[in-house]
Design a protein around this ligand. Structure first.
Ligand code: ADP
Ligand code: MG
Length: 696
């Protein structure tokens, strides 16, 4: 394993080695995620103050921050410390006042001696038409060795950490930046017009224009790129590691696939065909597959995965699908069983409910290879589940896996090909952030013939009307979901709210028509309730969000979501995707609690305008804006500190390509530039990746 290069040791030393920083400050700095000297350098200013240099304050607008040379004329000391202490000064054209409160006379007399010249900087204001500067930010002698810079960085701070401490420490570090070889490709650097790493840091912290903190500032862009590049390098290194570990080259005949295709009641969409081709191509190659299948709800991912599974069975191996919940596992099993039978493929279902002999028999069948394809929950990854020859594992992802967990999943067999399916339609830049270690196939089109879903926003004060309409629709044969909101403060409240709503709806709609399902129920009971809904005995299913409504019930055509304003757009989109699967016209009613603020209204309105999940996620992202920390739990994204969401959109694709391109040339980072790239990884704390390379 390599060790951190000497040149950057001091950036990873103890903070108390830095002058002016003691134990208390070190604790406060944690709030800014500053734990090492390096982190100071990464604490970039969020804006730039323009200290406009002027000869005179005459004609300057109120609130402008100015820097001006003055002659000190007189001190007007007031006896009561509470009232203002004024210093009359004269610039090139007019006289004005500097104002201090709670000031010490001796101090101000030495700071601003009468008859001497000083350069001062501060915010100009007017008091009864007289210009004044209250508490100037800077007062300097004419040829002070530390002059007032026109552009001053404004840093994110926390209590106990001042602007002065921040800029002082950072300036100290900037004087001692290590000389490191360039890790960015020359050509890219030229095209973008980016400065070197050292210069980028200097420019970012000592801006040369008021735009110094803007997105388009080359220094900022470069630093953001460094971060994204190192991130993509790590993901690519992980990817290479998977690829290097040998997979099996499956000899795919197409015989079983043809049987399945002949029995499909529909034709594949183009995107489905392309995805199937990607998957089968991967399966044939001796390298390991590490692929993401991204497709909106209802885009038909399951059947795509199934064709891959059938292909490995043709080649004599086994396959597995892992679903996030039992209900979904069972549903996959039931929809795929007829297709499996026509192809003569033996399909088995394994969940946490299987116990005793039943479970043992299933395990034996898997071990002896009598089962070709197994569908299950995470129970599949328990130690006693042994395959004869697992070649292809599909993970239907509702929960999210980190890169390392994905590596773990592949260990269930030797060189298992891995496909992860996600219904989160995030923009490509973010998909790369989250899944940059994988190859990506995307299904954008929906199967043809789906009718658009009517989506309406309705105030919850009109809930009675909604229930009446629902009753009429159900009388005409409709089936509906009613989703109760999560009450975060209390799980108990959450269930009682759902139960109360269930009681009310049952009273209105009649016994036997309405059922309640929630996450606290045993799987047996849940399954029975779902069965009755699928078969059409139950007309209205009241559910908490704790239960995955990720089921496919084509006859269900109404979705009611209570307190829709509390949900994320992506979540609402997923919920709505549960209807509109059959041939009937579908409706989605989003009930909201008044008053609804403008931004919430705007958010919810998007759902009325489009059903395109990719579009929805893009708008959602833009509405949340750059201010939103994108490392939020919901997005599952890594946390970046130099690149904000806009930078990610601008630069991630390039970072991704550069990383892959570079590692293809120099997989072990052994060339001169490779060593420079290694330095970047060290700087960015991507030591784990360096270890992956060195372990081999
Ligand atoms: P998801 O991508 O959300 O997992 P599913 O795989 O559950 O979607 O598919 C949703 C429904 O669409 C299923 O009933 C499936 O049989 C059907 N389906 C899949 N592909 C097509 C197609 N090309 N044409 C028509 N229906 C399709
Ligand atoms: Mg699915």
């Amino acid at each position: 394993m390599g060790t951190r290069p000497k040149e950057i040791f001091h950036l990873f030393g103890d903070l108390n080695n830095l002058s002016g920083i003691g134990p208390k400050t070190i604790i406060n700095l944690k709030n800014l995620s500053i734990e090492k000297p390096r982190d100071f350098l990464f604490n970039l200013p969020f804006s730039v103050l323009d200290r406009l240099p002027v000869k005179s304050v005459r004609g300057v607008a109120s609130s402008q921050i100015v820097t001006v040379e003055v002659l000190v004329k007189a001190h007007k000391f007031s006896r009561s410390r509470a009232s203002a202490y004024r210093v009359n000064v004269q610039d090139a054209e007019i006289g004005f006042q500097l104002v201090f409160f709670n000031a010490r006379k001796e101090y101000l007399e030495s700071l601003l001696p009468i008859g001497e010249r000083r350069v001062i900087s501060g915010k100009l204001e007017f008091y009864e038409d007289v210009p004044q500067i209250v508490h100037p930010h800077h007062v300097k002698k004419i040829n002070d060795e530390k002059p007032i810079f026109r552009f001053e960085p404004v840093y994110p701070l926390t209590s106990g950490v001042s602007q002065k401490l921040m800029s002082g420490t950072i300036n100290g570090l900037l004087e001692n930046l290590p000389k490191l070889d360039e890790w960015i490709d020359d050509e890219l650097l030229k095209i973008k017009g980016w400065p070197s790493w050292q210069d980028a840091l200097k420019n970012a912290h000592c801006p040369i224009s008021a735009e110094g903190a803007s997105l388009t500032d080359p220094a900022r862009q470069r630093l953001a790129f460094d971060e994204l590049f190192s991130h993509q390098l790590s993901l690519s290194i992980a990817r290479n590691k998977i690829k290097r570990s040998k997979g099996k080259a499956n000899t795919v005949t197409g015989i079983l696939q043809t049987k399945v295709l002949n029995n499909l009641p529909f034709k594949f969409t183009e995107d489905q065909k392309l995805s199937i081709r990607d998957i089968i191509d991967d399966l044939k190659k001796p390298e390991r597959m590490n692929r993401l299948l991204q497709g909106d709800v209802g885009s038909g991912k399951t059947i795509v995965a199934f064709l891959g599974l059938i292909a490995v069975v043709e080649a004599g191996g086994q396959g597995a699908i892992m679903a996030p919940t039992e209900i979904l596992a069972r549903q996959h099993f039931e929809t795929l069983l007829p297709l499996a039978e026509t192809a003569g493929v033996s399909l088995s279902l394994l969940t946490g409910r299987d116990r005793g002999n039943l479970r043992n028999n299933k395990l034996t069948d898997l071990k002896e290879g009598k089962t070709d394809v197994v569908i299950g929950t995470h129970a599949l990854f328990q130690a006693d589940v042994i395959f004869k020859d697992l070649r292809f594992a599909v993970v239907d992802e509702q929960h999210r896996f980190g890169v390392n967990q994905r590596l773990e999943l592949g260990k269930k067999g030797i060189g298992v090909d891995l496909l992860i399916m996600t219904a989160t339609p995030i923009p490509r830049s973010l998909a790369l952030a989250q899944y940059g270690d994988m190859d990506i196939s995307i299904i954008k089109q929906k199967p043809p013939g789906r009718k658009p879903i009517n989506t309406a926003l309705i105030s919850s004060s009109r809930i009675d009307e909604v229930v009446d309409k629902l009753k009429q629709s159900i009388a005409k044969g409709a089936q509906a979901y009613w989703v109760c909101p999560l009450i975060e403060e209390s799980e108990v409240l959450h269930y009682t709210a759902a139960e109360r709503r269930f009681e009310q709806l049952r009273a209105k709609l009649g016994e036997g028509v309405v059922e309640l399902v929630h996450g606290k129920m045993s799987s047996d009971i849940k399954d029975k309730i779902m069965d009755r809904f699928v078969s059409g005995d139950t007309k209205l299913l009241v559910a908490t969000t704790v239960i995955e409504v990720g089921v496919n019930v084509p006859s269900a055509n109404i979705m009611v979501v209570e307190n829709a304003e509390k949900f994320g757009l992506a979540q609402l989109h997923q919920l709505r995707g549960r209807v509109g699967r059959g041939t009937n016209q579908s409706t989605c009613l989003l009930l909201y609690k008044e008053p609804l603020n403008i931004s919430s209204k705007k958010r919810l309105s998007i759902l009325r305008e489009t059903e395109d999940g990719f579009k929805i996620s893009e708008v959602d992202l833009n509405l949340r804006g750059s201010g939103d920390a994108i490392g939020t739990a919901q997005s599952g994204l890594p946390r970046f500190r130099l690149a904000n969401i806009d930078m990610i959109e601008m630069l991630m694709e390039t970072a991704h390509q550069q990383a892959r391109y570079f590692l293809a040339k120099d997989p072990n980072l052994e060339t001169v530039q490779g060593k420079a790239v290694k330095n970047l990884l060290w700087l960015m704390d991507q030591d784990k990746s360096i270890r992956l390379i060195t372990v081999g």
